[in-house]
Ligand binder design. Structure first.
Ligand SMILES: [Zn+2]
Length: 446
């Protein structure tokens, strides 16, 4: 555990001064401390590692959402039961008052896309450490006073703040778009933090003159930030977007002043593993496994997330030796699978390939979604620019778009030595549901 005052002093120093050996030494120490504490304080962990060598962290069994939720009551070290946490969260949903604490803890509930409920809680102390981490490490732009507007469905009191230098406001993404725009216009924040799908909608409102704010920086979280969306939104707002990477289990990464996303090596140990659970080399995609050094109330040890990332083989030009995340590819569930031509085996194809195959096909594509229902079929929904309706040769234009996508997808699958899937096209208005994460690329089979 950390002393908050010493912790804030160390936050910047560690990031800039530590070399790889310092990082590894710190992580080894933190891991052993966390395991010792969890064994002592958590009923679940007191037996979970029976028969394992505790000194060999990489040999310990994985934790995942299912196992975590099934054992929540025994696993947490604060005596919270799963029943009381769920009840508290459902009550909060009813009253819409998300500022309530439960027995001094901040308890939140997430509905996973598969419908399974996740309970997350932090102690006030843990929330304070996370706040310090963000405020001391985040590359705030130069301004007299920072006013950060969080577009966040659930108000998290752990991050509420009004100080001399920084003010944080919350905007509910479930309001209508005109209401969100009005709210932002009157708040006039200089930083906006929201999922990229929301930032993209705001960019359109900015473009049509309804949104008048001129932020200095945009912060993206919660969804994959596609390169084309980044470019479009940055151009309209005339400022850059940086990413943060946080799951309910851990605050994984923060951007630096060069705009790169650094793993918070001092507060979380991140492993990037392949299908056989072996570490992948930097520069190659792998599954994320986290061990968190802050959340002692609900110990997170070798917790397997459903995310796929690539860590950069290079250090960042900012000088920090904290590893840089080159790309967050999204949910591992949404990786595309190709059926190998020669071996009949399945191999994964990063969603970005499919994304680019579609986006680069035509400027008339305004929005899209690709759903892989079987290894050899893809359904692609397209929302095309209304200009097309007015065209005399509309059918020809649409056929050209389809052909171009078909060609691009074939190239991608052939490069991966996989059978080219059959493509079905649908044309529809694709609406973002702000209540859910936007997933443009999805897979519907295991
Ligand atoms: Zn950097």
């Amino acid at each position: 555990m950390y002393n908050p005052l010493r912790f804030s002093w160390k936050i910047k120093r560690r990031f800039l001064k530590w070399n790889t050996a310092d990082i590894e030494k710190h992580q080894r120490k933190q891991i052993s401390k966390l395991i010792k504490s969890s064994l002592k304080k958590s009923k679940f962990y007191s037996t979970f590692y029976n028969g394992y060598d505790l000194a060999d962290h990489a040999g310990l069994p994985f934790m995942n959402k299912q196992l975590f939720m099934d054992n929540f009551t025994d696993l947490n070290t604060k005596g919270l039961t799963i029943e009381e946490c769920i009840k508290h969260c459902l009550d909060k949903e009813k009253t819409r008052d998300f500022s309530q604490y439960h027995r001094g803890f901040l308890v939140g509930m997430s509905t996973g896309t598969s419908g399974n409920r996740g309970i997350e809680f932090v102690t006030k102390y843990e929330a304070l450490l996370m706040q310090i981490l963000v405020f001391y490490r985040f590359p705030f732009p130069k301004a007299k006073k920072i006013h950060l507007a969080f577009i966040l469905r659930v108000f998290s009191p752990g991050f509420g703040h009004e100080g001399r230098k920084i003010k944080v406001s919350y905007v509910n993404p479930l309001d209508t778009i005109p209401a969100i725009v009005n709210n932002l216009n009157s708040l006039n924040p200089n930083i906006i933090s929201g999922p990229p799908s929301v930032l993209q909608v705001l960019a359109k409102e900015k473009q049509n003159g309804k949104l008048s704010i001129e932020p200095l920086l945009l912060v993206s979280y919660g969804e994959v930030l596609d390169a084309d969306v980044k470019e479009e939104v940055e151009k309209i707002f005339e400022c850059s977007i940086v990413e943060t990477y946080k799951s309910s289990e851990s605050f994984i990464a923060l951007p630096c002043k060069s705009g790169n996303l650094h793993i918070n090596e001092d507060t979380v140990f991140v492993e990037v593993l392949d299908k056989e659970n072996k570490p992948v080399e930097p520069g190659k995609p792998g599954y994320v496994v986290v061990t968190d050094f802050i959340k002692y109330g609900s110990p997170i040890i070798r917790y397997r997330l459903n995310d796929l990332i690539t860590v950069s083989p290079d250090f960042c030009p900012c000088g920090s030796k904290f590893r840089v995340i080159e790309q967050i590819h999204g949910r591992a569930d949404d990786v595309i699978y190709g059926k190998s031509i020669s071996t009949e085996e399945y191999q994964f194809i990063l969603p970005d390939f499919v994304r680019r195959s579609i986006v680069s096909s035509s400027d008339y594509i305004e929005e899209y979604r690709s759903i892989q229902n079987t290894p050899i079929s893809l359904t692609i929904s397209l929302q095309l620019n209304k200009e097309i309706e007015k065209m005399l040769k509309k059918e020809e234009v649409v056929a050209n778009i389809e052909n171009s996508i078909r060609e691009n997808i074939s190239t991608v699958f052939q490069k991966h030595e996989s059978q080219v899937p059959e493509l079905n096209f649908k044309y529809e208005q694709i609406v973002h549901d702000f209540d859910k994460k936007l997933r443009r690329i999805q897979r519907n089979f295991k």
